[in-house]
Design a protein around this ligand. Sequence first.
Ligand SMILES: [Zn+2]
Length: 365
Amino acid sequence: MNNFVLRHVKRVNEEKIDIVIEDGKIAKVEKDGSGQGKYVIDCSGMYVSSGWIDLHVHAFPEFDPYGDEMDEIGVKQGVTTIVDAGSCGADRIADLVESSQKAKTNVFAFLNISRIGLKRVDELSNLQWIDKEKVVQAVKEYKDAIVGLKARISKSVVGESGIEPLRIARALSSETSLPLMVHIGSGPPNIEEVIPLLEKKDVITHYLNGKQNNLFDEKGNPLKVLKDAIRRGIHLDVGHGTASFSFQVAEAAKRHHIDLNTISTDIYRRNRLNGPVYSMANVLSKFLHLGYSLDEVIAAVTSNAANWLEKPELGRIEVGDAANLTLFTVRNEPITLIDSEGHKRVANKTIEAKGVVANGEYIEC
Ligand SMILES: [Zn+2]
């Protein structure tokens, strides 16, 4: 099926259109009901956006617990582009890139500064595992796939190494001209020591975590380091995960008008099957419930992510671009949502992924 039309889809702004796909590309965007194609897919009642992008996933199935199959967390969930968040370091990045070529989902990666990646979950506890030459070499060899460097800076990962791995990451960032994605969590190191080392374009992932050492004080006010980071142009990424999303913190962030940058899942096998992540759509429903508009929520998995990646074509619907689209519904149906702390909220709107077009191929969810 290389020529088809998605008929009666609506954009997030409710405008109804038809989208004609030909030879993998968006061939035409036409008035509702007027698009012609060999096959017609009736999408009445569905929204369309450019294909969802998940900036933080674990897509290297061999590693346990943080691993999963690319298409299970990608196209089957409505996500056409995933970014592996440092599952692999220099030792295994070649294997990740190789398996990405067989996936229908588009795959990019943050390279873990530890050569062993998430083969162990204390990958920065031994500084010997940071091999600077290997990092630089891997970045050169896989420059099309690698979009940044990953450093997990929390107690159980760094052990006795403290803040040193972040200093090394900073130096590697200048050497490779790649931004950092820094995972935050329990200390030490103290969050007030971590954040000042970040620069414009770097990503804080897990910014809504509810652990001690998070980015808000007991009253729910954002710490000065967070406000300064936002001013410096540091990118905030959700990275929901098993342990890193708190409704209470997210409600505080909303109250303080902290804009959404990207919503990502930090999904892997276990938190997909058993929660609290389940799917990208489930995570998006949480943000709709928090009071962000549908437009803001969808931008956080389309244009905002595409802009960060400096791949604007992944965040728009434009004739001539490769066809990467997500079809979804928003139903007025109650849903019970659960955060990483076990706290629940009952929402009255449910986002559900219905299908994708991934590089021109239509796949139902
Ligand atoms: Zn992660």
